[in-house]
Design a protein around this ligand. Structure first.
Ligand code: SDX
Length: 425
């Protein structure tokens, strides 16, 4: 017998079908209430599914994360960012010839129009690079107006390729502008990640070639950050896309959502928190402040993971490889002590707060001498792949409609206008 949800309201009764572990919220409308047809109320969509998706699977209780069914730790160990991008975009791991064609297609689109560089340089040098990146991404629609033809499969693919290809260039230019350095252009002799590092760190005097261990660590970080189902920034991308917007306009909204300190901005906040703690002897006092509500333990907790974020485990392993090259980051000792205590303290255990993807990534970025303001930019570059895959899925989903939630109104009703001379002070 099919599962059903029985709902009784006064003399009214309804049996709602339960399918895929859910009821359709629109079925609730069959039940009249004194406030109108029954609706669901779910601030922050804590328990609401917004779409069907086949891209990324998460089991938060078990700490499982899979891209198109492949565990992310296996991909981190054996794949590259562009190979994972192919998997997320098209649903399958590429053959060797498919990967070569895909890499060549991406790498021939890495240049960005000079005007976009000028847009980035029109900001104050010390403007946050995420603001520069958001503007650069959104401006790209004006250089590729055909991207507005979202019903055209060829146009969709061409602009997905362009955005994945150009994001490292936009990110590197945002960084170079912040440090007053000239723009470095893509180098076709380098692969996707090496080229990104070279555009960031190339100095006039010598040709920059990253240490292979650093390149590998960045590949792993890119793979781990590529997608994460319906997170805040992906929801923003899908919401803007649902109004019929092109990829660049939608991804610009994604950059804005990721900027938030509770989302992609957490890696920057983690470093500031570790610096504020200053010494491992101060960890206990800081955690007391967290338990008293005076601070959040940034890099801990997650809406979905009520277990260790599988990405945090892999990133923690990568810190050791990077520190072989850069020397160990002194803040690591504080981070390890924070984790040791938090994993055993009742406050955190009861709330199932574990390290998330942002807890260790910032330590690697700092060891690579990125300023904290760049950390979320380093999240946005790989997450562009997820935004593209989710945008493609959303704009071609026959179930999708323009996103326009309801509300529960709590304000005044039906008041009569009061002329100025009759208003009280
Ligand atoms: C990302 O969604 C995604 O998939 C995001 C992401 C992705 O890949 O896209 O995984 C990337 O954004 C990771 C999360 C990075 N953010 C942080 O590290 C910031 C710190 N974390 C929190 O702000 C919080 O944990 C959230 C925002 C991540 C999740 O918040 P929820 O699910 O809304 O949980 P909540 O705020 O309702 O917290 C439940 C309880 C509360 O305590 P009580 O009110 O019950 O007493 O846990 C407490 C919260 O105060 N709590 C924390 C805490 N996180 C939650 N207390 C101290 N420190 C924290 N970090």
């Amino acid at each position: 017998m099919a599962d059903t949800l029985s709902i009784t309201s006064g003399s009214e009764r309804a049996e709602l079908p339960i399918t895929e572990g859910s009821v359709r919220a629109t079925d609730l409308r069959a039940i009249p209430t004194p406030d109108g047809p029954l609706t669901s109320f779910d601030p922050g969509f804590v328990n609401t599914a917004s779409c069907h998706s086949s891209i990324t699977y998460i089991d938060g209780d078990a700490g499982i994360l899979e891209y198109r069914g492949y565990p992310v730790d296996q991909l981190a160990d054996g794949s590259t960012h562009l190979e994972v991008a192919h998997l997320l975009m098209f649903g399958e791991l590429p053959t060797a010839s498919e990967l070569e064609a895909w890499e060549n297609e991406i790498n021939t689109h890495r240049f960005v129009h000079e005007n976009v560089g000028q847009i980035i340089e029109s900001f104050r040098y010390d403007a946050h690079p995420m603001a520069k990146l958001m503007s650069g991404v959104a401006s790209m629609q004006t250089f590729y107006p055909s991207a507005r033809r979202i019903e055209d499969p060829e146009s969709r693919r061409r602009n997905v390729v362009r955005l994945i290809a150009k994001m490292p260039t936009l990110a590197a230019w945002s960084y170079r502008h912040s440090i007053g350095r000239h723009r470095v252009y893509p180098n076709d002799e380098l692969n996707y990640v090496e080229n990104f590092l070279a555009m960031l760190f190339q100095s006039q005097q010598r040709v920059y070639r990253p240490d292979p261990r650093v390149t590998r660590a960045m590949e792993v970080l890119f793979i781990l950050h590529a997608d994460h189902e319906q997170n805040c920034s992906t929801n923003a991308v899908r919401a803007v896309a649902s109004a019929g917007n092109d990829l660049y306009t939608s991804a610009g909204a994604g950059v804005g959502a990721l900027f938030g300190p509770l989302h992609g901005g957490a890696n920057e906040a983690v470093l500031r928190m570790l610096r504020e703690i200053g010494h491992v002897d101060n960890v206990g006092e800081f955690l007391e402040g967290v338990k008293n509500g005076r601070a959040k333990l940034m890099g801990f907790g997650h809406r979905v993971y009520k277990n260790y974020d599988p990405r945090a485990k892999v990133i923690k392993r990568s810190t050791e490889e990077v520190f072989e090259v850069t020397g160990i980051n002194p803040l690591l000792e504080i981070a390890v002590e924070l984790e040791r205590i938090a994993l055993n303290e009742e406050y955190f255990v009861k709330r199932r707060l574990y390290p998330n993807v942002d807890f260790y990534s910032g330590l690697i970025y700092e060891a690579l001498r990125f300023p904290p303001e760049m950390f979320t930019v380093l999240f946005a570059v790989p997450r562009t792949v997820g935004w593209c895959a989710q945008w493609l899925e959303g704009v071609t989903d026959p179930e999708q409609k323009i996103m326009r939630p309801k509300q529960i109104y709590t304000g005044h009703r039906a008041r009569t206008f009061v002329p100025m001379d009759e208003r009280d002070a």
